[in-house]
Design a protein around this ligand. Structure first.
Ligand code: NAD
Length: 489
């Protein structure tokens, strides 16, 4: 087992990061950070409250109206690119923090650290390339549109991909010229405290980036309700998304909601199974299935259904689960409640006679106090069953057969979600017909990127949310448009 370096003490202070300084929580309280690989506390974070959020918003307002706001786009871009480089230089340390905090295998944590760096590189390059337009109008007028930052942007981040989601959300918001107040998740966020330190070290003006840690119902709710927050970017569960959007709506504050998913993987009889099978496994096992864009449903054309189940079953049976630093196929779930939730779904499958084709194995030396569950491949899951409709957020793949293209479309669209879908077919016409017919923010054809692609606009329809992050598209959401009409002679 790959032992982690000892955690740098300064990376996990139980304090907030406000105005490039460590600030003790106003309430004086801390929260333990639990390592899901063994259930033990390994660090503490500050328990933020409304007073801490208020302080962070004031620091961000200072940056908005001061050094950060006045900085030329090219200089903003240089700073973001420099932060991306610093993240890359500290990628191994950040990956170790993330692996311990989230329980994800090191290879996944390393990929997440690299993706975080890439967001800052990407958005650093975009700072001085995003601009308004001129609009044709009668003679004697000139009409301009300007893309202006909202001002102070609030970010509420979940625990499943702290580094990646921070990078995409905060990277885009800073590039658009906003100053940011971030409320990361109470279950996992120590890597982000380290990134905040790096941001100060590379010279990001004070107040441009502020982190207040703590509970959702306390610090999170205070951020959503704060009158000084001028845009909220929320990534998390649909019910919390509704709560945050309701709060923000009370003061007409714009919101981006990145919520859950129930991604269908649609395998037609003409698919290249050698290419598809490893991707199908990875799309549900990545981060132990705790991925909004996980491919958690598999729809297979009936003529090859048994073959796909047999071949995929062999792959599931070979999957190994264990501690993050053992770097196996799958790590633990984030917390005991999540383990209970996934076990509840599996108990329902048993009760309703939904058969398990195959399941993986928990390593014999995995600590009994860790939150482990075996990846499961389930077959003939009825389309109306909650295993086919609800987000399990665990490594459970629900398989079902379909008869033809129309049936595949019906099943693919049969959930309340619409985030990411995969289509596997060699037929070019069908590729486009399916891509059009599936109600989803992203459709992958003959590949699947659970969360991948910094350049690719990402977001949902239906209960998967609204607004887009990632790519250049995100910059539209992180700015507001001003139209200027000049009349001259
Ligand atoms: P969650 O909604 O419980 O928590 C997300 C964040 O919201 C955390 O920081 C939490 O502290 C905060 N929060 C909780 N209650 C709050 C409140 N009342 N007011 C303000 N903030 C509050 O979600 P989770 O369990 O941490 O994450 C899992 C969910 O996130 C899944 O549904 C998953 O699909 C979704 N997710 C979506 C994406 C995406 O990009 N679409 C990415 C990752 C996760």
């Amino acid at each position: 087992m790959n032992a982690p370096h000892s955690l740098p003490a300064a990376a996990t202070p139980p304090q907030h990061f406000i105005g490039n300084r460590w600030i003790a929580p106003a309430g004086g309280e801390t929260l333990p950070m639990i390592d899901p690989s063994n259930g033990e506390a390994f660090a503490a974070i500050a328990r933020g409250n409304a007073a801490d959020i208020d302080r962070a918003v004031m620091a961000a307002q200072g940056a908005r109206d001061g050094a950060w706001g006045r900085l030329a786009p090219v200089e903003k871009g240089r700073l973001l690119a420099r932060l991306g480089r610093a993240i890359l230089e500290h990628a191994e340390e950040l990956a170790q923090l993330e692996a311990r905090d989230c329980g994800k295998p090191m290879k996944q944590a390393r990929a997440d650290a690299a993706a975080c760096a890439r967001y800052f590189e990407f958005y650093g390059g975009a700072c001085d390339k995003f601009h308004g337009e001129t609009i044709p109008y009668p003679a004697g007028y000139t009409v301009l549109t300007w893309r202006e930052p909202h001002g102070v942007a609030g970010h509420i981040i979940p625990w499943n991909y702290p580094l990646q989601i921070f990078g995409r959300s905060v990277g885009g918001a800073l590039a658009a010229g906003n100053a940011c107040v971030v409320k990361p998740a109470e279950d996992a966020c120590v890597s982000l405290l380290r990134v905040a330190m790096l941001a100060a070290e590379i010279g990001l003006p004070e107040g441009a980036l502020n982190l207040v840690t703590g509970l959702g119902a306390e610090a999170g709710a205070a951020l959503a309700a704060h009158p000084g927050i001028e845009h909220v970017s929320f990534t998390g569960s649909p019910p919390t998304g509704s709560t945050v959007a309701r709060e923000a709506a009370m003061r007409h504050c714009p919101v981006t909601l990145e919520l859950g998913g129930k991604g269908p993987q649609i395998v037609f009889a003409d698919a290249d199974l050698d290419a598809a099978l490893p991707v199908l496994v990875n799309a549900i096992v990545q981060n132990a299935g705790q991925t909004c864009s996980a491919g958690s449903r598999m729809l297979v054309e009936r003529s090859r259904y048994e073959e796909v189940l047999e071949r995929l079953g062999a792959r599931f049976a070979a999957l190994k689960v264990g501690p993050a630093f053992a770097d196996l196929d799958c790590g633990p779930l984030i917390r005991p409640g999540q383990l209970q939730r996934v076990r509840g779904f599996l108990a329902d499958a048993q009760r309703d006679a939904i058969a398990t084709v195959a399941k993986g194995t928990i390593a014999a030396d995995a600590p009994a106090s860790g939150y482990y569950v075996e990846p499961h491949l389930l077959r003939d899951v009825p389309a109306a069953h909650r295993l086919a409709c609800d987000e399990v957020f665990g490594p459970v793949l629900a398989a079902m057969p379909f008869t033809d293209e129309a049936d595949a479309i019906r099943l693919a669209n049969a959930t309340g979600f619409g985030l990411v879908a995969g289509v596997w077919t060699r037929d070019g016409g069908r590729q486009l017909r399916m891509a059009r017919a599936i109600r989803s923010g992203q459709v992958f054809v003959n590949n699947y990127g659970a969360g991948g692609g910094v350049e690719l606009p990402f977001g949902g329809v239906k209960s998967s949310g609204y607004g887009r992050e990632k790519g250049i598209e995100a910059l539209y959401g992180f700015t507001t448009l001003k139209t200027v009409v000049l009349q001259h002679d």
